[in-house]
Design a protein around this ligand. Structure first.
Ligand SMILES: Nc1ncnc2c1ncn2[C@@H]1O[C@H](COP(=O)(O)OP(=O)(O)OP(=O)(O)O)[C@@H](O)[C@H]1O
Length: 594
């Protein structure tokens, strides 16, 4: 039994339903008739639970299943006819046996390819599919030919023995022929309620086949994308572009920052401790021999460079070499130097000496290293025996320990003196305290620490400035992502209103939206990442050719991960924002929009 108690409904100032009160039976064929605009559809929408915006009460048992045949059919265009009919299954655990009496010939056709009559038949089959207790029929025969209208009426009549069929029609003949009761409306009021006969009630057959769909919401989401592939690709293309802008902005600024960082940090001293004797006496090589990272600064002897020409010194042939020689244990070609006449060079220097390629041809070739002392330049022949994998922004070579000292002694015929020494340390900064304690006759000073700190702070500022310069790109990308997701969610608002009539709950909308976000975002993110990799590869080939600046764009996994999380949250947030808005709308109002 359905009880309608004092139903009133207004559209702005227009009173559409006025104090509708009546009781409808559990079974039977009840017709609702009246002139156009008298409020019949509005009343059906209220009974179906699609219109919340009214006063009064609609009372029926909670477990009753209500279905509605819409006047405008409202089939979901991106679902096949078959899936439209089985719409109920997506939101419920039970599933029913499909009766295809009315739709057999076109069950796999797309909605858009059907005639009005065929659409109406599909809408009728959808409403009857899940064996409802109350069938609300809003002019279900308006688009049908007489034969099909009669078939539908017969089916509905049959149903009325076990369910309540509330039938709205302007066809007086059909109404008179099939109705058990006729309710007449005018200007939003019931003006006449005529009981014609009492229909016999039969118990309902149970049509459940108890085979629910697996992952129904995920399937629904995939179907929504598959059936409108063009739209999906358009959306994911726009989303990919927005994501690509974000990826490029962050990857490029970080790569740029790292390049500047490496370049500048190669120019500042590394973590090291300088020492000198308090009485300013020259140091000997034996000082601090026990310290594993030992380097002696030789007074007044400048290391000029390395050249392939041993006969003469020419400025252009000579590479600038940092005299801060380092040590390495790993070589990509050759081996470590074993005596004072052998050296190893890092890859960056080897590339210059060998004109970029075939660096291994340098092995066992002879080179001259030049030193300057009191305006005299002298050279010492050495053999390259190893190439290490390091690349620096300056040229460097590795030499046998103390080679500097011996070379200078041999080419200038005098023993060099050193007043300052340098100890390198790796991690343990406390070494300086123990040195001070153990060697009180020396002065020790940590180098590079505060420089490094200030340097890091400034690098962070540079990073901020780089990101600030890109703020417009970042903002427009964020705006674009939000816009795409909001438009997409809004695009589906009518479909959600239809699905609401077939049991879609808020949780289903959220689940479906989450699946949409996940699929759309993952697809777009992968696309954008692949494009980014392509662009990076091209740029890394082009940049060294057009500029000498050693810029190399590198893939930043951490940034990509942060971007993935951030953009996914943004996508979800924009969708959630629209979903919360859609949920608040009155489904009936959405369905009436054209
Ligand atoms: N969204 C709306 N905004 C404003 N007025 C509306 C809206 N929907 C319906 N109405 C008005 O409410 C009244 C009742 O409309 P309703 O569709 O319920 O009539 P009906 O009896 O079903 O008409 P018909 O037989 O032509 O389908 C009409 O006057 C209509 O203009």
């Amino acid at each position: 039994m359905i009880q309608l108690k004092s139903i009133n409904k207004r559209y702005l100032h227009e009173h559409v339903l006025e104090n509708i009160t009546c009781t409808l039976p559990d079974t039977g064929f009840v017709s609702l008739v009246g002139p156009s605009g008298c409020g019949k559809s509005t009343l059906l929408h209220i009974i179906a639970g699609l219109d919340h915006d009214y006063s009064g009460e609609v009372i029926y048992e909670k477990n009753k299943k209500v279905s509605i045949i819409f006047q405008d059919f409202h089939l979901i265009p991106w679902l096949s006819i078959n899936n439209n009919i089985r719409l109920y299954d997506y939101f419920h655990k039970s599933s029913y046996i499909l009766d295809e009496t009315l739709t057999k010939q076109f069950k796999n056709t797309s909605v858009n390819d059907l005639s009005l009559g065929q659409r109406q038949r599909a809408a009728i089959e959808r409403a009857l599919y899940y064996d409802p207790d109350i069938v609300l029929c809003d002019e279900p025969t308006a688009s049908l030919d007489p034969d099909n209208a009669e078939r539908v009426l017969k089916i509905l009549k049959q149903r009325s023995h076990s369910s309540l069929v509330l039938f709205v029609s302007h066809d007086e003949v059909l109404v008179k022929q099939y109705s058990d009761r006729i309710i007449e409306m005018k200007d939003g009021c019931i003006i006449k309620d005529t009981l014609i006969k009492k229909t016999e009630s039969y118990p309902r057959e149970n049509h459940t086949n108890n085979k629910p769909r697996h992952f129904p919401i995920l399937k629904l989401t995939i179907q929504s994308f598959l059936s409108s592939r063009k739209r999906f690709f358009q959306m994911s293309f726009s989303l990919s572009i927005a994501l690509l802008c974000l990826m490029m902005t962050f990857t490029f600024t970080f790569s740029f920052r790292n390049t500047i960082y490496q370049y500048l940090s190669s120019l500042i001293p590394q973590k090291s401790i300088t020492y000198k004797l308090r009485n300013d006496d020259p140091l000997s090589l034996t000082h601090f021999n026990e310290a594993s990272y030992h380097y002696l600064n030789l007074d007044d002897y400048d290391l000029m460079g390395i050249s392939h020409n041993s006969q003469r010194y020419q400025k252009n042939d000579v590479l600038f070499i940092s005299d801060d020689s380092s040590y390495t244990t790993h070589y990509i070609y050759g081996r470590a130097p074993q005596n004072n006449d052998e050296i190893a060079v890092p890859l960056s220097t080897a590339r210059k000496l060998a004109q970029k390629n075939k660096v291994n041809t340098l092995l066992n070739t002879t080179w001259t290293i030049y030193y300057k002392h009191q305006l005299k330049i002298k050279g010492k022949e050495v053999k390259i025996v190893g190439i290490s994998p390091q690349t620096y922004n300056y040229d460097a070579f590795y030499m046998y320990e103390y080679a500097n000292y011996h070379w200078i002694e041999s080419i200038f015929n005098q023993r060099p003196t050193a007043r300052y020494g340098m100890l390198k340390y790796k991690e343990d900064k406390s070494i300086i305290d123990s040195l001070k304690k153990n060697y009180p006759e020396y002065e020790f000073k940590a180098m590079g620490e505060s420089t490094q700190k200030t340097f890091n702070q400034n690098m962070n500022r540079i990073q901020m400035v780089l990101v600030l310069f890109s703020i417009l790109t970042i903002l427009s990308s964020i705006f674009m992502i939000m816009e795409i997701m909001i438009l997409h969610a809004m695009h589906l608002k009518k479909d959600h209103a239809i699905m609401k009539a077939y049991g879609e709950k808020k949780k289903h909308i959220f689940k479906m939206s989450f699946c949409q976000c996940l699929i759309l975002h993952s697809y777009s993110y992968v696309t954008a990442s692949l494009i980014l990799l392509g662009i990076m590869k091209i740029m890394n080939q082009i940049i060294p050719q057009i500029t000498d600046f050693p810029m190399h764009i590198t893939f930043q996994p951490l940034i990509m991960l942060i971007l993935w999380i951030g953009s996914f949250l943004l996508v979800c947030f924009s969708t959630l924002f629209s979903i919360l808005y859609i949920i608040k709308l009155n489904p009936s109002r959405i369905l009436k929009m054209r």
